[in-house]
Write a protein that binds this ligand. Structure first.
Ligand SMILES: CC(=O)N[C@H]1[C@@H](OP(=O)(O)OP(=O)(O)OC[C@H]2O[C@@H](n3ccc(=O)[nH]c3=O)[C@H](O)[C@@H]2O)O[C@H](CO)[C@@H](O)[C@@H]1O[C@H](C)C(=O)N[C@@H](C)C(=O)N[C@H](CCC(=O)O)C(=O)O
Ligand SMILES: Nc1ncnc2c1ncn2[C@@H]1O[C@H](COP(=O)(O)OP(=O)(O)OP(=O)(O)O)[C@@H](O)[C@H]1O
Ligand SMILES: N[C@H](CCC[C@H](N)C(=O)O)C(=O)O
Ligand SMILES: [Mg+2]
Length: 487
């Protein structure tokens, strides 16, 4: 693509002469380390470093043009804009030829449940022989090919490239987790969502957003940006969540509500929860069917309702939805049972917020007929306000609480544990900083019919200490500990 074509209509200070305007752009990058000959480089002033400082290095690696927020002394065209991130989203969309216009795009936002809802949807669509793409916390997946990712919702430049790959692979439906950070940082600018789903809002990421109002505002952007351009957009809300009504006011898209408590378009009633799965009556716009799923817990009924609403809007019939839900096995690291034939239950779950921890512990309490032991920690360099709350929730529901490390990152793990236990009496918990030791300890204590919940890391396969990630998988450690017990 010619530089002039790519920059067409973009406002900014530009030093392009005729020759420069015809430069061919073969790649676009925001990281100087990725620059190859023929690249347009975006200078992003980040949280850690300023990308403008890498302009010279980008030039030396073959960059042929630069988009920046200030004039730069490099011998290639520099196009100066007010906000490079915004321009990058717009140009990425253009460079990859507006890929999201060529597929159905479903975005899911909310504090908890995004990964779960996108995975339930993936199963429902795949059951209809649809070709899906998925972008989220665990990976990006294009049909059946997995791509590693760093962020739940990648930067616009990566996002649009992935969507283009999806279009090339004939993906017809893309399912995407949309984090509040991504909305706030404009990573999804230019994404043509057809359906936007809201799961719930509860305290998290206050370190980043500063207040719940700002956090909600970030989430609301997914809905305020939906439906203003043309018809055929649907916004789906958990009507039982207290901010649903506010979010509904923010969109001009068609609305669907789901829930259990308040009257909604899509509802679950007569819910029968068991340790092996959940059955309930599903009512969609007045039509009812019985559904059965292996997913456990009331929170997962909400996730199913969110997915059902989007599937229904996408013309999947209720009977197909019913069949699809029955065949879902489970989601990695989400209430994942570790079964080595032991006479107690071991569950690995990704609960890392107060609300999710409470939900998961309430769920096991419903089934428990002996003691509940929980192994849990809080991430370093993340929201500190949730630490004492999660500490209190753990001891409230569990008979034995073992606080341990969960990605301490650059913080001292002992300080994180002190903050988690600040409001507790010393005899209410045990501290075992080493996560592997903590899991082994819990296993050793377990008696017949106990339930052990290992919370916070779910599918993660690393422990991040300092800036280093070393291999660590709760599921592997749990299995090893069970083996040791049997010996
Ligand atoms: C706070 C935040 O969002 N940070 C994101 C941000 O990093 P940053 O601002 O520190 O970037 P930086 O290192 O300062 O670099 C600035 C620029 O210089 C460039 N650079 C840098 C070095 C170099 O040698 N050459 C070079 O060109 C970089 O490519 C970049 O363009 O830009 C990076 C590239 O897109 C992101 O990966 C990174 O996410 C970090 C890893 C992160 O932890 N983000 C979290 C807070 C986040 O976004 N989380 C949400 C999920 C939350 C949830 O699950 O609810 C998410 O969507 O992932
Ligand atoms: N609808 C829900 N309401 C409350 N808690 C939930 C819900 N769904 C899942 N959870 C809990 O939250 C944990 C994380 O679920 P999931 O990974 O689906 O959320 P997420 O929104 O993708 O999280 P992240 O922001 O980290 O990507 C689960 O392991 C479970 O404990
Ligand atoms: N997306 C979340 C995941 C948290 C998972 C937990 N294991 C942690 O490291 O805090 C975050 O990056 O804040
Ligand atoms: Mg997720």
């Amino acid at each position: 693509m010619k530089l002039s074509e790519l920059l067409h209509g973009i406002r900014g200070m530009n030093t392009l002469n005729v020759k420069e305007a015809t430069v061919d752009i073969h790649h676009i990058e925001m990281d100087s380390r990725e620059v190859r000959p023929g690249t347009l480089f975006f200078c992003i002033n980040g949280y850690t470093v300023d990308g403008h400082d890498f302009a010279q290095s980008a030039y030396e690696k073959g960059a042929v043009a630069i988009v920046s927020e200030r004039p730069l002394d490099v011998p290639i065209p520099v196009f100066v804009v007010r906000d490079t991130k915004r321009t990058m989203a717009q140009l990425s969309n253009r460079f990859y030829d507006h890929p999201t216009k060529k597929l159905q795009l479903i975005g899911v936002t909310g504090t908890n449940g995004k990964t779960s809802v996108t995975h339930i949807l993936e199963q429902l669509f795949k059951g209809q022989n649809r070709t899906t793409g998925l972008i989220g916390t665990m990976y990006t997946k294009i049909d059946d090919v997995y791509i590693e990712t760093k962020n739940t919702t990648p930067e616009s430049l990566v996002l649009q490239q992935r969507f283009q790959e999806m279009v090339d692979k004939q993906v017809d439906t893309a399912l995407m987790e949309v984090s509040s950070h991504a909305l706030h940082l404009g990573r999804v600018r230019g994404c043509d969502f057809d359906i936007a789903i809201f799961t719930n809002l509860s305290p998290d990421h206050i370190d980043y957003h500063q207040s719940m109002d700002h956090y909600m505002y970030a989430k609301s952007l997914l809905f305020s940006q939906l439906g203003n351009t043309y018809e055929g957009k649907t916004a789906i809300f958990n009507g039982d969540d207290q901010v649903a009504d506010q979010l509904i006011q923010m969109t001009t898209a068609d609305i669907i509500t789901y829930g259990i408590k308040k009257q909604a378009d899509v509802m679950a009633s007569n819910i029968r929860a068991a340790a092996t799965g959940t059955t309930f009556t599903l009512t969609v716009f007045g039509e009812s069917i019985e559904v059965q799923t292996r997913l456990i817990g009331l929170f997962n009924v909400y996730n199913v309702l969110a997915a059902v609403s989007a599937a229904y809007v996408s013309n999947i019939s209720l009977s197909a939805i019913q069949q699809g839900l029955e065949s879902i096995e489970g989601i990695a690291g989400r209430f994942e049972a570790i079964d080595s034939g032991q006479d107690f239950a071991v569950i690995v779950d990704y609960a890392h917020t107060p609300d999710s921890l409470e939900n998961v512990l309430k769920t096991v309490q419903d089934f428990a007929n002996n003691q509940i032991r929980v192994v849990v920690g809080c991430g370093g360099d993340r929201d500190k306000t949730k630490r004492p709350i999660m500490g209190e929730i753990a001891v409230k529901y569990a008979d034995e609480t073992i606080f341990t490390s969960d990605n301490p990152r650059t913080e001292d793990p002992n300080t994180i544990l002190q903050e988690m236990t600040a409001g507790l009496d010393r005899d209410q918990y045990r501290l075992i900083v080493d996560r592997s030791e903590a899991i082994h300890y819990a296993m050793k204590q377990a008696k017949t019919n106990d339930i052990i919940i290992i919370a916070g890391k779910g599918h993660e396969t690393y422990q991040e200490v300092g800036r280093e990630r070393t291999h660590f998988d709760d599921r592997e450690v749990a299995r090893a500990a069970l083996k040791e017990r049997i010996k």
